[in-house]
Design a protein around this ligand. Structure first.
Ligand code: 6GU
Length: 244
């Protein structure tokens, strides 16, 4: 999968994209991130990319021409059919796992990084969708672009090592993860739950499912309403709520 990132700050991406799982996937050629500096598409000798807002007011506004020139140059190299263009902005739809999954179905994503101070409204006509990563304000869309690359990239086959580590985790079934432990069996009086040391696979599976439901019930009851629950789940939830 290819991610094209249009930004005024290409250096922002160099270290994060070298690390860990995504870094390895890029090294192995499963993912590709192509950085495009919007400033390279400025036409004047000062390479101007922003200007003062019409109507007055504070701050500068990202100009439409260098952005659209950059977008069109990138699009000449993409496959069109299976490409989606995203603008990162706090005004966009909130990124959640179902959208992440949908985005992972594209061959190429073009991500235009929005800007804190503002962009010329006419830029919006050249993107397919606007995405926010949550209800808070960042100084620019670069971190949001990294969030999209990370969350979407890890769903691309071969990026995450173990096939089943993708499946059993938070949100994939709409539940939070169960608690995990590794050695030692006791740390400062805190013991690993006995069942995990027992070797009883069926009991372990049931304990984990119950803990998963318990944690979701306590921390994110909103997720529980949309989760796919089995008959056993409903029984476990009943046990959990009757206890409290
Ligand atoms: Cl996509 N951009 C900015 N500047 N702030 C945000 C955001 C995006 N998503 C949440 N906050």
């Amino acid at each position: 999968m290819i991610f094209h990132v249009l930004t005024l700050f290409p250096d922002f991406f160099s270290s994060p994209l070298k690390q860990s799982i995504i870094g390895r996937a890029i090294e192995r050629g499963i993912l590709k991130v192509a950085l495009h500096n919007i400033r390279d598409y400025a036409k004047d000798k000062h390479r101007t990319v922003d200007d003062t807002p019409y109507g007055g007011g504070a701050g500068m506004v990202l100009k439409v021409e260098p952005v659209v020139d950059c977008l069109e140059a990138v699009r000449k190299k993409t496959t069109k059919e299976r490409t989606l263009t995203i603008l990162t902005t706090p005004q966009g739809v909130t990124l959640r796992q179902p959208l992440v999954e949908r985005l992972s179905g594209y061959e190429e994503l073009i991500i235009l990084c929005g800007r804190y101070e503002g962009i010329d409204e006419r830029i919006r006509a050249f993107v397919d969708m606007e995405v926010s990563i949550g209800d808070y304000i960042l100084t620019g869309g670069e971190i949001a672009a990294l969030v999209i690359i990370d969350s979407v990239g890890r769903l691309v086959p071969g990026v995450v090592g173990e096939a089943d580590s993708l499946k059993t985790e938070s949100f994939s079934e709409g539940l939070l993860e169960y608690p995990q432990y590794t050695r030692p069996p006791e740390f400062r009086g805190m013991k690993v739950p006995e069942v995990l040391l027992s070797g009883h696979h069926e009991q372990i599976r049931k304990w984990r499912r119950k803990e998963s439901l318990k944690r979701t019930l306590e921390r994110r009851p909103d997720l529980l309403e949309r989760a796919e629950l089995t008959e056993e789940d409903r029984k476990l939830i009943k046990e959990l709520t009757e206890k409290g």
